[in-house]
Design a protein around this ligand. Structure first.
Ligand code: ZN
Length: 314
């Protein structure tokens, strides 16, 4: 249990905690505890907020809104502190990103289908710009990114790096009605106020502009099978969606034609093992033997518990 839930908490620490409400219903009148918190306040640091780190199973209290099905963390630490952790976070998933660029491009082609290669594209939370690079290589030269982790941006290819703003996403960084397409992969579930985030995304899009977002799926087989031990129940995640709640939050924020779909991921076998909940000693031994035998390098395609959504500005 976190120190928050014990009587030893000081009032100073309590003031740092922030209550989160259901982002679809706007209140917590129908929210019930799904999982109790299990973190130690003193152990939360920037490493807890590094993308694709080895899942350690720590999380805030998770609530589920019985009205709309949205799952969310509450209370959470101060938003400014979270912002600082993301600014200090680094990019450490080079191998996985080589797979992700192909997977995301497959869905970009399928659902965004931008035949005009001069479209202006923004990716929010673009890390080292690996997907902007993929778009660029496929002929889309008007690519832009925003990413708070300076360490990640410094790893971007030269021509991509100059198109990335080092910052937490803020609509004031860009002019209104600027972009034809806005992309965002595994970032919406980390955002403290997803309604404000989507309102800002909407403002930056041109009329009929399109979005493609990817998040974790609370209805995925892995989430149901492993429950609290699923890597999605993590201290980084504030809101967790299923197809229904994902479509609903876009509809609530003036998007039309919101359509959610299951993502099939391709990764090396060793990355799948990294995601799989099991005792850490066994996991380390297994990963070592997979590395020695090189079997760990085999590509395996599976639904990894991710969903995407496409939608259009009204
Ligand atoms: Zn709700």
């Amino acid at each position: 249990m976190g120190e928050r839930s014990g009587c030893l908490s000081t009032s100073l620490e309590i003031t740092k905690m922030q209550i989160i409400k259901c982002a679809i219903c706007g209140n917590n009148s129908k929210a019930k505890t799904l999982y109790k918190d299990n973190y130690e306040f003193s152990k939360i640091d920037r490493k807890s907020f590094s993308a694709r780190r080895m899942p350690d199973g720590t999380h805030y209290r998770f609530l589920k809104c019985c009205e709309c099905g949205l799952i969310f963390s509450s209370p959470i630490i101060d938003a400014l502190k979270i912002k600082k952790f993301y600014e200090d976070s680094d990019f450490n998933y080079q191998t996985e990103s080589e797979y992700l660029r192909k997977v995301y491009y497959k869905y970009f082609k399928k659902f965004i289908n931008a035949k005009n290669k001069n479209v202006k594209i923004l990716e929010i939370g673009c890390a080292n710009g690996f997907f902007l690079d993929e778009l660029y290589k496929n002929g889309y030269k008007n690519v832009n990114g925003v990413e708070p982790g300076e360490g990640s941006v410094n790893r971007a290819a030269e021509n991509i790096r100059k198109e990335i703003k080092i910052n937490i996403f803020d609509r004031k960084l860009f002019n209104k009605n600027t972009f034809d397409i806005i992309l965002c992969f595994h970032t919406l579930d980390h955002v403290v106020d997803p309604n404000l985030f989507l309102k800002d995304v909407n403002l930056l899009l041109k009329k009929k502009g399109k979005v493609l977002f990817v998040v974790h799926d609370t209805d995925a087989l892995s989430a149901k099978l492993f429950g609290q031990k699923s890597p999605i129940f993590d201290i980084e995640h504030i809101f967790l969606f299923n197809k229904n709640t994902l479509e609903n939050i876009f509809k609530k924020n003036k998007f039309d034609k919101a359509m959610a779909f299951t993502i099939v991921n391709e990764y090396q076998l060793s990355y799948w093992v990294k995601l799989f909940p099991m005792p850490s000693i066994i996991k380390r031994l297994l990963l070592r033997s997979l590395a020695i035998s090189r079997i760990g390098n085999l590509s395996v395609s599976l639904p990894a518990g991710n969903i995407g959504v496409v939608a259009q500005k009204q």
